[in-house]
Design a binder for this molecule. Sequence first.
Ligand code: ADP
Ligand code: MG
Length: 594
Amino acid sequence: MTTSFAALGLSPALLQGIEDLGFEEPSPIQTLAVPALLAGRDAVGQAQTGTGKTAAFGLPLLERMGPERRTQGIVLCPTRELAIQVAEELGRLAVHRKDLRVLPVYGGQSIERQFRALAQGPQVIVGTPGRIIDHLHRGTLHLEETAVAVLDEADEMLDMGFREDIEEILEKTPENCQRVLFSATMPPAIRALADRFLRDPEVLAVPHRTQTAPAIEQVYYEVRQHQKGEALCRLLDAQNFRKALVFCSTKRGVDDVTLQLQRRGYQADGLHGNLSQGQRDRVMGRFREEGLDVLVATDVAARGIDVDDVDAVINYDIPHDVESYVHRIGRTGRAGREGRAFTFVTAREHFRLRDIMRCTKASISRHQLPTLHDLHHLRTAKVMDEVLETLAAGPQERWIALVEEFLGTHFPEGRIASRDVAAALLKLLVRRDFGGQDIDPGHDPLAEAPRRAPRAEERRESGSDTARRPPRRHSDTPMTRIRISVGRAHSVKPGMLVGAIAGECGIPGGLVGAIDIAPRFSVVEVASSVAEEVLAILNAGVFVCGTKITAEPWLAAPPPRKPHAPGARRRPSSASPQRPGRSGGRRASGAQGL
Ligand code: ADP
Ligand code: MG
């Protein structure tokens, strides 16, 4: 089922970069794409978001770059955020290729700065079509020596009206340039583009196979990335597993999580490919012999694990593919024992959960993480049970004598209730039992839920027949308009946009103002004070209506209220925001990603 990165034919420098990033093994699309692209073929790739496409096209692209300081590779991305993201990942992969430079080029950045950066002859340019065209026209960028051209998220770029720009750019690349197109979907326009510019392309597609998941209880929790550590501790505390296996997607993740658990007093250790055989055997030995409660591992390291009595598998990071999920959870519920699987899912990973459910036909139910209140009750209940057991075991003369002596010394007039003494002992016991951690149920770091439920007053607002939400509470707050790449065609509702912004960005829904929904996109007002943050987060991989959205400042005049009113926008030229036909409101339920 698996290959190593080394087996894909990559050079030591890039393998070292992969190692530094902590990728342990190639994802399915990488296994497929890297050898094909290294062989120089043109290719059309189709894989879902989050499957590692950047490295899939990036590694072979970097491999083909020579030391000469001129443009040899070009990657086109739909938005500047994606361009920056891709350039960063390529830069990290190529960190040991000291001779290589990767430059992101996008609109909004000072063009003079770009002139200077381009003049230094970076080998790889990652940019948005508009700005690249701009440089081609100014003569500050030359594509005559391009060896590899990649269209990333090609369907998105076409949706955004970049078709002509893309064609013009590809026409400027030489005949023998390797051309690669990645797209989540393959509408006719993409096929036409491929037919016109790609020569006998290899089709890279990861098949979706039906997988049979073991019949064990499967649960998922919605968490934000930064809450995962706390969520894991919460789960471990509440469930009291004897042996839990925690999966992370990278070696670095394993190290981080292990350290975090150890610091918080858990009997935990980690396993990954970088450990020597001796170290690995020692860790496994302890896990088998009950010396460890929690074992943290990567998929690769876990393959060698033969322990029958794991009572829980926790997917700290949701796996990249369905097969791994099935493999992972198959480590529990063995030999007729009960087992359970728990998966942490961030909003941007929902589509993976959906894939897993679809391909395995398993029902994975959403649960709420225990609150600190729950945990506090669980802990005290556990101690109380033990007290009852101890009482039931018979007279405790030796201990009674100690208590009487204590009371006689400190409270000679008998001025203390047995209740108070018992409460003090209980408090001490609960604390000691749980590694000195005290719970303050009033301050719960997980309480800022990833997606809060709408408040009653907000639900009541939902009766209106227009999607325009007047900015009620913050009418004198300066607002910034943001264009979001989903519209009526995606069945988006105002509540979903509010949910995405409030939930993902953690800003109060009140800072979201008017919402206009056009056929192919929407324009949303947010308080200017948070606009930059909202843009960054929305572009980091947020899903609305099952579509990964992009967001950018909407610089045109206020959205016209009447259909076909003149808009000042360059592209897409056909779309102007219109009043929606459907009722809208602020229900954040059924929000993005599901
Ligand atoms: P896509 O372009 O398919 O949406 P990305 O290339 O952005 O996906 O990758 C998604 C995430 O997975 C990134 O954080 C990336 O660093 C990480 N990643 C990519 N390949 C691997 C791998 N082989 N092992 C672990 N993580 C990986
Ligand atoms: Mg990508």
